[in-house]
Design a protein around this ligand. Structure first.
Ligand SMILES: [Zn+2]
Ligand SMILES: [Zn+2]
Length: 334
């Protein structure tokens, strides 16, 4: 089989790996679509040093070989939830397998991942992809669609709401797509014109360019001084988080999606005086997969997130293109 190897910061090649053999509950999946994630860039591609495993955690494909599986069989169409989970701990039983307490690792971050022609994966890490969904749609389920579907459920977002999305990388674009599909008015903020244009195609009612003036003032004007009902922080920077907390109205909700290790917030100003809620969001509990499938079947235009397609042989170009920033989702296809 062929797979991606990260040799050093910004240095990637495609190379041969031994063909995979299924073993016990681990089955072999042939990848039909696999996306590059921002976390692949920040956590792996941009960091110095060789990585010992194949990257990639957002994928969909077909089961091609099994050993002693209990549920899946060759030919099954699947998308993956990239944690080798136990299936029986408290978090797994609630469907939060990404927080499995006895996890044997994460595919694409330690275990070999999906930027390859094939992956060997625990069958409990597979979701049955219905015939109504393409593999490309399937590879977007985990992060860009699932995370924001889950966050919107927690926030109780509805069509009456005005929702800002700060940062329009693939996650912010996913937030825009899913939130606009619920009927909410989305105000999308990003300095890169390409991304603002894509946000419009995904349903943003307005886009805000930080170069055009104070972002908070622009949003206040767009909301007639009333403020936001909800906000997504997808930029991974502290200033947009502070702005989101300032701009949401009383009883509003800010969903953190972008990764950032530290930020200063004011319990008094933001929470005591405004009764707002701040939540962190990653992925979705498996019970919500059926809801995500329904959204797709109802016409969720998430596939428009995909702007670039490469084969695994073009991995170096694919990573470099995504790293340059003028993209939506960059995916590998056969
Ligand atoms: Zn991801
Ligand atoms: Zn578990």
């Amino acid at each position: 089989m062929r797979g991606v190897k990260i040799l050093n910061a910004l240095k990637v090649e495609t190379r041969d790996y031994p063909d995979l053999v299924p073993e016990g509950e681990e089955v072999v999946v042939r990848l039909e679509a696999a996306a590059i994630c921002g976390s692949d860039l920040h956590g792996l591609y941009q960091r110095p040093g060789e990585k010992a495993f194949i990257p990639g955690h957002e994928g969909a494909g077909v089961v091609v070989a099994v050993d002693k599986p209990r549920f899946v069989k060759p030919g099954d169409r699947v998308c993956i939830v990239p944690v080798y989970n136990c299936g029986v701990c408290d978090n797994c039983r609630m469907g939060y397998v990404i927080y499995c307490r006895k996890s044997r690792g994460t595919y694409g971050f330690g275990l070999n991942g999906v930027h390859a022609t094939h992956v060997r994966i625990c069958e409990r890490s597979l979701l049955a992809l219905p015939d109504s969904m393409s593999f490309e749609q399937g590879c977007l389920v985990l992060d860009p669609v699932g995370t924001h579907h889950h966050a919107n459920k927690r926030m109780g977002t509805n069509a009456r709401h005005t929702v800002a999305v700060f940062g329009l990388g693939p996650m912010g674009l996913g937030a825009t797509c899913v939130t606009a599909f619920l009927g909410a008015r989305v105000i999308a903020v990003d300095p890169i014109p390409f991304r603002r244009e894509l946000a419009k195609k995904l349903g943003a009612a307005e886009v805000v360019d930080p170069a055009a003036g104070d972002v908070a003032a622009q949003i206040r004007e767009l909301t007639r001084g009333y403020g936001l009902d909800r906000a997504f922080e997808c930029s991974g920077k502290p200033e947009p988080l502070y702005m989101a907390l300032d701009l949401v109205r009383h009883f509003g909700h800010v969903a953190i999606v972008g990764e950032q290790p530290e930020a200063k917030i004011s319990p008094s100003n933001h929470f005591n005086r405004k009764e707002i809620t701040l939540s962190g969001n990653t992925c979705f509990p498996l019970g919500e997969f059926d809801e995500i499938v329904r959204l797709y079947e109802a016409g969720l235009p998430a596939a428009k997130l995909i702007t670039h397609r490469f084969t695994i042989e073009q991995a170096a170009e694919a990573y470099a293109t995504f790293n340059a920033g003028n993209t939506g989702k960059v995916i590998f296809v056969p």
